[in-house]
Ligand binder design. Structure first.
Ligand code: UTP
Length: 520
């Protein structure tokens, strides 16, 4: 699909067979036989009660679903090894030294070297970003997609806007590199799902794509999988509809291919991708330092990690499992392994906390198809609104009653030999928005606090002083100082203005002019 100059490229998963198709009785019989053979004949229990239009809708959905594949996935997911791995000292191994670097230890010369390599790639239009925005954000409890969420910054900017402005700023920074393309573009590939697509696209339109060129924003939709009971029966949400859910953020790989995004990347000659989650308000979108590091390492996959706060922190860690790269969940690691210390540096041997922030070469993304059949699926046990298959009543369960099957974005790690792991400072790069307001952890208040505190550090690191004004209410102990990403991506360009000067809060800085006026 070619983008008109001024409209965003919008790529959709092919639609299932038209719901209005008049499925013949033969087709009905064929479908019935197929579903009965697959042990899923109950999906037609209420077929005879349905009006004609809904009969067609149901048959169409059943026709387009690969029921045998759904059974296989359920079978595979439910026969995976038990949560606590046995004989862990053999199965799990720490990351090899040669594939790991830490920004907490790296010299400023090294950081500068990586950044320059990354900016040069961006300047050559070889870098794109993939945003994972198909999640339903159930814990946060907002009906709108998470990216639209207002974390109550003084500017009221949403997560989408913050990320868009980082892309804008980076395009500007890269265009100053020697030999940069006349127009530096970082295409933004935004993955949505059935539940988030319409609202996401509308939000971007309403906000005029936050100043980005709409033709460089590509929306694409991830796939779905049926929800299943614990004994492997597909669930229904009504008499004419199967209950389906997005196939997890690891659905991105299939979606990139089936919706034509890989072809779009090839057309644009993009070679490297930064992949990140919508809910991290501190994310360094298209981070040149990370890109430069991965390119220098000649990696085809990269993962940013943060140092685990303690052996008991419940995060997955990037490590080796059966000699292959992997993310091992907190619940899968036994206590002894979680506490193990690397004698060389005194750090946890299994301390590389995964933050779902990745690098890929386009070549690698193209290879995923060749091993897709071997990828793991994971079970998310959920309360799923469902049809009682005996009575035909809709049940809103109070207890977990079924499972959604998901792939995770890191499930491809075992299939690379060229992995680069990059430890970053949690304070600067990771503050996820997961939970409802007031929950005290990974919630809107912590997101807001972490951004504002970072902006105070930007000023202080640039040699300025932040004076907290009496009228500043300092929610969660963070002075009200917000600097637009259009002004600075990660603190650069401020020292010329703020060094040796002071700035008083509360204040919002939207431009360098604002900053010049504010300092004294
Ligand atoms: P989470 O696993 O935290 O899920 O997603 P969520 O939907 O945001 O929140 P809960 O679990 O329902 O409360 C991590 C990232 O993966 C994306 C999310 O949008 C987020 O950026 N994601 C998740 C997808 O893109 N697709 C999915 O199917 C699931």
């Amino acid at each position: 699909m070619i983008a008109a100059n001024n409209s965003p490229l919008s790529i959709q998963t092919p639609k299932p067979v038209d719901a209005n198709t008049n499925a013949s009785s033969l087709t009905y019989q064929q479908i019935k036989d197929r579903y009965q053979a697959a042990g899923q004949g109950h999906l037609l229990n209420f077929y005879d009660d349905l009006p004609e239009s809904e009969k067609a809708e149901l048959l169409s959905q059943l026709q387009s679903l690969n029921v045998e594949r759904a059974n296989r996935i359920h079978q595979k997911a439910t026969t995976c090894p038990s949560p606590m791995l046995s004989n862990q000292s053999v199965l799990l191994g720490p990351l090899p030294e040669e594939c790991f670097e830490s920004t907490l230890e790296a010299s400023s010369e090294k950081m500068h070297e990586w950044q320059t390599i990354g900016l040069n790639q961006i300047a050559q239009n070889k870098v794109g970003v993939i945003l994972l925005a198909g999640g339903q954000g159930t814990r946060l409890g907002s009906t709108a997609p998470k990216g639209c969420y207002d974390i109550n910054l003084p500017s009221s900017k949403s997560l989408f806007q913050i990320q868009a402005e980082r892309i804008l700023r980076l395009q500007e920074l890269a265009s100053k590199q020697e030999g940069a393309k006349a127009k530096v573009v970082i295409p933004w590939y935004v993955m949505t799902s059935g539940p988030t697509r319409t609202a996401t696209v509308k939000y971007f339109e309403e906000h005029n794509y936050f100043g980005l060129e709409s033709g460089n924003i590509v929306f694409f939709e991830q796939g779905t999988l049926p929800c299943m009971t614990f004994d492997g029966k597909i669930m229904m949400e009504s008499k004419s509809q199967i209950a389906v859910a997005p196939d997890g953020n690891g659905g991105v790989y299939a979606a990139l291919r089936t919706t034509g995004v890989l072809a779009n990347m090839a057309e644009r000659k993009v070679e490297y991708l930064h992949v990140y989650c919508v809910d991290n308000c501190l994310v360094h979108v298209a981070d040149p330092v990370f890109i430069g590091y991965c390119v220098q390492k000649n990696a085809d996959c990269g993962a940013k990690v943060v140092r685990k706060k303690s052996p008991d922190e419940p995060v997955g860690v990037v490590c080796l499992r059966n000699s292959a790269f992997n993310v091992v969940e907190y619940s899968e690691i036994d206590e002894e392994v979680a506490h193990r210390i690397n004698p060389k540096n005194g750090q946890l041997s299994f301390g590389a906390g995964n933050i779902a922030n990745h690098f890929y070469t386009v070549d690698f993304l193209n290879k995923v198809e060749s091993f897709e059949g071997e990828l793991e699926y994971h079970i998310a046990r959920k309360k799923i609104k469902t049809l009682d298959m005996q009575t035909g009543e809709i049940i809103t369960p109070k207890q977990v009653n079924g499972m959604k099957l998901e792939m995770f974005v890191f499930d491809v790690f075992p299939f690379t030999q060229r992995m680069a792991v990059f430890e970053v400072d949690r304070r600067e790069e990771f503050s996820p928005l997961k939970n409802a307001p007031g929950s005290g952890q990974d919630c809107p208040e912590t997101s807001r606090r972490d951004i504002l505190q970072q902006h105070v550090r930007f000023i202080e690191d640039a040699g300025g002083k932040v004076v907290v004004g009496e009228e500043d209410q300092q929610i969660e102990g963070a002075p009200t100082l917000e600097i637009s990403s259009l002004v600075t991506y990660s603190g650069e360009g401020l020292s010329e203005i703020v060094a040796g000067k002071s700035i008083k809060t509360p204040i919002v800085i939207s431009s360098l002019e604002d900053l010049k006026k504010a300092v004294f």
